[in-house]
Write a protein of this length. Structure first.
Length: 188
């Protein structure tokens, strides 16, 4: 049902996601989704949670493949963020869309995404202790970096970068440039 909800969001947008539409696309009765989710907000929260689980798994994969030194681990986390967003743009959009949920649904999402940003902050803190990154509050820096990456990702998945630059740069080149700029910005 979560995959159907995600596909519905991607195809029809937030207004098209209803419990009835998910039931129709899943081929079950209109009441069936309510056996799993109390309402539309719970369904969306489940999709968002699944997306953050995928992001965390992507970060773990990239970190496992990277060298063990702190700067490589930090950089791997950034590459993972971009990789996830470009591989799963529908999840990415849902995870960071603030207008999909009612006020009570939005409150239930407060816990999502904290693992990823805390890992980035922890990596920053280790790199700062080793003199590899500029001093400062690691959580504020992680928030600024994540915001920068989020803006960059949004421009790419919404085809704004391609509009500005054409097709002369691959996504891999764009990721490399963005990560280099980030490291140069907070490096010593």
């Amino acid at each position: 049902m979560l995959d159907v909800a995600l596909a519905t969001l991607e195809e029809l947008g937030p207004q098209g996601l209803t419990m009835r539409e998910v039931a129709r696309r899943t081929g079950v009765s209109h009441a069936a989704p309510y056996r799993h989710f109390a309402d539309r907000d719970q369904l969306i929260v489940a999709v968002v949670e699944q997306g953050f689980s995928l992001l965390e798994a992507t970060m773990a994969e990239h970190r496992a493949a990277a060298d063990d030194d702190p700067l490589s681990q930090f950089t791997a986390g950034g590459f993972a963020y971009f990789s996830f967003a470009f591989r799963y743009p529908a999840y990415y959009r849902v995870m960071f869309s603030g207008d999909l949920l009612s006020a009570s649904g939005a409150e239930s999402l407060q816990h999502t995404g904290t693992t990823a940003i805390r890992q980035i902050a922890a990596d920053i803190e280790v790199c700062q202790r080793l003199g590899l990154l500029k001093p400062g509050d690691p959580m504020l820096q992680a928030l600024a970096l994540t915001s920068t990456m989020h803006g960059y990702v949004t421009l790419v998945i919404d085809n704004r970068v391609q509009y500005l630059l054409g097709e002369k740069y691959s996504k891999e080149q764009l990721i490399q440039f963005a990560m280099s700029s980030i490291i140069e910005g907070i490096g010593v």
